[in-house]
Design a protein around this ligand. Structure first.
Ligand code: BEZ
Ligand code: FE
Length: 301
């Protein structure tokens, strides 16, 4: 059921008072020496005041908002960043990515970074395994790294990371395991391949104020199953993206941080037991999957 809240129209005198306040606050930034900071603060003021006036924010609601932000601050530390999570579930992270990664020919689309990247992930050889003991169905991932003219990009650094089949990244465990993450380099023809895990859906951290907000608004914290990539090569725009699993029911339900782009949904084809693996690895009675992700980097600005 859709409900709309109608507010009594405000009198002309009231509207003038409210507008005069907005104008005074906007003017207070007029002498900011940094022109960009002035633009940001003045636009923020205009939009914030417009929001307060549009919804006729009550004082109790204002207090609740302050309590929410205070709780977000209290739960934030060097391992947990509730404000980024808030930005993510409001689609603000994806909107910032959209603004900063304009379409460039057939360049691969970008998506959210997420909080689980680790800079010191081990290097593996091309064709190596990122699992490091993480549980899940082995998945052979292969593809090329090229520029938008189809030129192969050798030596591109490919960082990959993902959750295990229980939906946890290594850094979410209390031990010091390093699992489900690695980096490798494309070869001289721009080809790369590695063994990962078929991604599983998992919830974003939802035991804090952002989780409470999602529950109160009847929204799921679950992310569509994905495998993270960050690809860097000299002369090209760094690409932060994921691939998603075709057929994952969470794609229809919705990704809690709005990260899905159709171009990033890939089939992870399950292979029957006994089908030889591309690199001759013996997986015994274990099923495995394979997928292809051809990465196209945009030129650096
Ligand atoms: C993730 O993909 O790991 C993630 C992204 C945004 C918020 C939380 C988790
Ligand atoms: Fe993730």
């Amino acid at each position: 059921m859709t409900e709309t809240t109608a507010h009594a129209p405000v009198s002309a005198e009231q509207a003038t008072r409210e507008q005069e306040l907005t104008d005074r606050v906007v003017a207070s930034f007029e002498d900011a020496p940094d022109a960009r900071l002035k633009e940001l603060m003045q636009a923020l003021t205009r939009h914030l005041h417009a929001f307060i006036r549009e919804v006729r924010l009550t004082e109790a609601e204002w207090e609740k908002a302050i309590a929410f932000l205070t709780a977000a601050g209290h739960i934030t530390d060097d391992r947990r960043q509730e404000f980024i999570l808030l930005s993510d579930v409001l689609g603000a992270s994806m909107q910032t990515i959209a603004v900063n990664n304009p379409a460039a020919g057939n360049a691969t689309e970008a998506t959210v970074f997420g909080p689980f990247f680790v800079e010191t992930a081990p290097e593996i050889p091309n064709g190596g395994d990122i699992a490091g003991g993480a549980s899940g169905q082995p998945a052979w991932v292969e593809g090329t790294v090229t520029g938008t003219h189809g030129n192969p990009i050798p030596n591109a650094r490919i960082e990959v990371w993902e959750a295990d089949e229980d939906g946890f990244y290594d850094v979410q465990y209390d031990d010091a395991r390093v699992a489900g993450r690695a980096h490798l380099y494309s070869d001289q023809k721009g080809n790369y391949a590695f063994w990962g895990l078929t991604p599983a859906p998992y919830p974003i951290p939802h035991d804090g104020p952002v989780g409470e907000m999602l529950a109160a608004t009847n929204r799921s914290p679950v992310r569509a199953s994905h495998l993270h990539f960050m690809v860097t090569a000299s002369g090209y725009r760094t690409l932060v993206t994921h691939i998603f699993v075709e057929g994952d029911p969470q794609l229809d339900i919705g990704d809690s941080v709005f990260g899905v782009k159709d171009s990033l949904i890939k089939p992870f084809d399950t292979q029957r037991v006994g089908i030889p693996t591309p690199d001759g690895r013996d997986l015994g009675e274990q099923q495995w999957a394979r997928t292809r992700f051809d990465i196209v980097l945009a030129p650096a600005n």
